[in-house]
Design a binder for this molecule. Structure first.
Ligand code: FES
Length: 112
């Protein structure tokens, strides 16, 4: 089992979490299975960016993002060098630490 540590996020995961993940599953599926309600507007098909996460530890151990993911990521709110779309990140043997961005593109457009 791989451990994913999720940093606290005021709405989605106020206390933070440490969850057991199965290598081969995606980060997004694993979060949802553990009641961390990350947005996933396109149902994990790499077409929305609402599942954007910042991989604070373990980023370099992950498989590289596909071109489709990179293209989509460019549209994400708060893009950083450690950004990934969690529905495209396949969990490996290395533990991960992730931060959920403060906003998603949906929330930003709702506020404007
Ligand atoms: S759920 Fe839409 S890109 Fe991941």
């Amino acid at each position: 089992m791989t451990i994913i540590k999720v940093y606290p996020h005021p709405e989605i995961c106020p206390e933070g979490a440490e969850i057991q993940a199965k290598p081969g599953d995606t980060v997004c599926e694993t979060l949802l299975d553990n009641k961390i309600s990350i947005e996933h507007a396109c149902e994990l098909s790499c077409a929305c960016t609402t599942c954007h996460v910042l991989v604070r530890k373990g980023f370099s151990d992950l498989d590289d993002a596909s071109e489709a993911e990179e293209d989509m990521l460019d549209k994400a709110w708060g893009l950083e060098a450690q950004s990934r779309l969690s529905c495209q990140v396949v969990i490996g043997e290395e533990d991960l630490e992730i931060e959920l961005p403060k906003y998603t593109i949906n929330m930003v457009s709702e506020q404007n």
